[in-house]
Design a protein around this ligand. Structure first.
Ligand SMILES: Nc1ncnc2c1ncn2[C@@H]1O[C@H](COP(=O)(O)OP(=O)(O)OP(=O)(O)O)[C@@H](O)[C@H]1O
Length: 236
């Protein structure tokens, strides 16, 4: 689904990613784990073209996306839930969802997301459908941000720290929702500081430190090792 090899990225003149490589296979859920400032958000922003980047290889389902602008990459099937959620506070839940609608990219075999399907995944959002985004809790906004990305019918969903700053009950609901999304065949790349949140969802994990991959392997190995890096260090 996604193949990144040798990704460098910059904020202005400051280089922040250094030759980062990772893969997400179709239908796979992959965790990107690292401490504050390690480069998780930057990896997501770089791969969808929000900041300047260069890579040996950057492909989505085999198509080179390294020189494409963000809106074209979105149309090709990458959905993005940013860390700050970017909910329109004056617009209602339904209006926010309406803005996220996009046709399924050619070759994406996942069933189109209807409003009913989104409300089935997040029943609480259905109750809030006429509420402005600015009058919702952080957890409710997080659900809306995921729902809005889904109605764009992505093949790959990028989630930047979906459990950050939300109540434990919402973390539970988010875990369930992401588990269902994975079961539906959607590919997921989830950034997290806390490996435990990803343990129930992800198959594999990459840990990043200072803008480069430090370790990668099965999610279970990382989850057993502690919070943001395996206690046993990189294998081999
Ligand atoms: N807009 C920016 N301009 C300049 N440097 C930035 C900017 N955003 C992030 N950085 C720097 O890039 C590096 C990686 O930050 P990034 O936000 O990707 O980390 P992260 O792993 O996502 O952590 P967090 O949990 O804080 O989001 C850090 O050194 C950070 O200070």
């Amino acid at each position: 689904m996604l193949d990144i090899d040798g990704l460098d990225a910059w904020y202005g003149a400051a280089q922040v990613l250094f030759g980062l490589s990772l893969k997400v296979e179709t239908g796979e859920a992959v965790a990107l784990v690292g401490r504050n400032g390690a480069g998780k958000s930057t990896t997501m922003k770089a791969l969808i073209g929000l900041i300047s980047r260069r890579a040996h290889r950057l492909t989505l389902r085999g198509a080179d996306i390294s020189a494409l602008p963000t809106h074209v990459i979105a149309r090709l099937g990458i959905g993005y839930v940013p860390e700050d959620r970017r909910i329109f506070s004056d617009l209602t839940v339904l209006e926010n969802l309406d803005l996220g609608r996009r046709r399924r990219a050619p070759g994406n075999t996942i069933t189109d997301w209807s409003l009913e399907a989104v409300f089935d995944l997040f029943p609480h959002l259905a109750e809030l459908r006429h509420r402005p985004g600015g009058q919702m809790s952080g957890g409710e906004q997080q659900m809306l941000a995921v729902a809005r990305a889904l109605v764009g019918n992505p093949a790959l969903l990028l989630l930047d720290e979906p459990s950050e700053g939300v109540a434990p009950i919402v973390v539970e609901q988010m875990t369930l929702a992401l588990t269902r999304l994975k079961a539906s065949g959607l590919s997921l790349l989830v950034s997290e500081q806390n490996a435990q949140f990803c343990a129930a969802i992800c198959d594999r994990a990459y840990t990043i430190e200072q803008g480069a991959v430090h370790w990668h392997g099965p999610m279970a190995a990382l989850a057993q090792g502690g919070r943001s890096r395996p206690a046993f260090g990189p294998p081999g």
